[in-house]
Design a protein around this ligand. Structure first.
Ligand code: ADP
Ligand code: MG
Length: 388
């Protein structure tokens, strides 16, 4: 019998900016669990840790010692982030759901040592977190979905469905983290009718160019992009890339839109005569146009003529230039573009809340993924549990 629990969700995404912690009360409900966000808090990675994480992600070269140490070092960072949240917001915790840091994600099988292999790897030692905080930790959520034939992503659609499915309104939930991902739920639909997939780059290319061209972590509030001009000659061909046209399920990461992509993107901008601001404006437009394309190709056929609430979350929702471009492009379609704060969920907390929610079914031996989203052929109980 499922029971009410207070769960900490711990998320660190592909931006490698830091750790978000959400403290969530979850209790059984009639159709879906009921959730209440008690508090949330983000902690930036120390600069040296961010550097180590970025160096390990999709690294062409690293060492086993480096990865083993980083696994433990991240376990410490996650423990500290949870402890800091608990010091500020005193709650009695029952369970932790920790996503970990993805260092490699390859959703589609490719030939390797005589077999077709797909794989995914999230690190951040959960045994350490369980010991430090004194409650069990659910971690390593993605492999069980992949073993069941899914892409291992996206996993946030469970939360999207629980919080946002609406009897009369179509809802599109767009998160803009390092990667952009979307969940579309037609009005009155059951979970097996939703679609969800990664739309392409979110902030990842913008961040890479902001670092390279301006020595900044990101384009704060979209101010640099606002001064630039979108290079249509660069954007057009990129939008014809197969990833954007491919039907879901599909998922992406630094493997597709990481440093190699950013370097090639910058070369194209220079060839087109663009300056640094123009490159950032064009990267911002790439995020926006890949989302618009995703809506046109995959979401609008699903929701028909209905207008949707288009609800944004993730750090990218703070980029004003990106938000303005999205409003300009989606407003005319009649969609009501808003940030998830206006829909009752703090935008920066969303993915951390999702991993608190995902830990709860695992603890009760229930599946937590939405097979319609990941493409899994069978339901699967996600993750592993580290006990105290
Ligand atoms: N004020 C802001 N203006 C523009 N971009 C921002 C702002 N705050 C955060 N971001 C962007 O959001 C990213 C972090 O978003 P997040 O949702 O944590 O992504 P992830 O899940 O990949 O870690 C940063 O790297 C940055 O690109
Ligand atoms: Mg983050």
């Amino acid at each position: 019998m499922a029971r009410a629990m207070t769960v900490a969700g711990v998320m660190s995404g592909t931006s490698a900016d830091g750790v978000d912690v959400a403290l969530v009360r979850i209790r059984p409900g009639a159709r879906t669990p009921k959730i209440k966000l008690l508090a949330h808090q983000g902690v930036a990675y120390p600069a040296a840790l961010r550097k180590a994480v970025l160096a390990a992600m999709n690294a062409p070269r690293t060492s086993t010692a480096e990865l083993a140490r980083l696994n433990w070092r991240l376990g410490m960072a996650y423990s500290e982030a949870v402890r800091a949240a608990l010091q500020k917001h005193s709650v009695e915790l029952d369970l932790i759901g920790c996503h970990g840091q993805t260092i490699y994600h390859q959703a589609k099988a490719a030939s390797y040592v005589g077999r077709q292999v797909a794989c995914t790897w999230q690190i951040g030692e959960p045994a350490l977190i369980a010991r430090e905080i004194g409650v069990p930790v659910v971690s390593n959520f993605r492999p069980a979905d992949m073993a069941a034939g899914g892409e291992g992503a996206p996993l946030v659609p469970l939360l999207d469905f629980v919080l946002f499915a609406h009897p009369k309104r179509a809802r599109i939930l767009q998160n803009i983290g390092g990667i952009g991902n979307l969940t579309a739920i037609p009005a009155g639909a059951s979970a097996d009718k939703l679609i969800a997939f990664d739309t392409g780059p979110g902030n990842m290319v913008i961040d890479a160019l902001a670092a390279r061209l301006f020595g900044k972590k990101y384009d704060r509030d979209g101010k640099i992009a606002a001064r630039g001009r979108v290079l249509d000659g660069v954007l057009g061909p990129l939008l014809r890339e197969p990833y954007f046209r491919k039907a879901p399920p599909k998922s992406a990461g630094r493997e597709q839109f990481g440093s190699d992509f950013a370097a090639e993107f910058l070369r194209s901008c220079k060839r087109a005569g663009g300056g640094p601001e123009d490159a950032i404006a064009t990267a911002t437009a790439l995020t926006v146009e890949s989302i618009v394309l995703a809506c046109e190709r995959f979401v609008h056929p699903l929701i028909g003529e209905s207008r949707a609430d288009f609800i944004l979350s993730g750090g990218g929702s703070r980029n004003r230039t990106l938000m303005n471009m999205l409003r300009q492009r989606l407003g005319p379609r009649g969609h009501n573009v808003m940030v998830s704060d206006d829909a009752g969920l703090p935008s920066q907390a969303k993915e951390a809340v999702a991993f608190a929610l995902l830990a709860w079914p695992t603890w009760h031996l229930l599946p937590g993924h939405v097979p319609a989203a990941t493409g899994a052929l069978k339901p699967a109980i996600l993750g592993e549990i580290s006990y105290v």
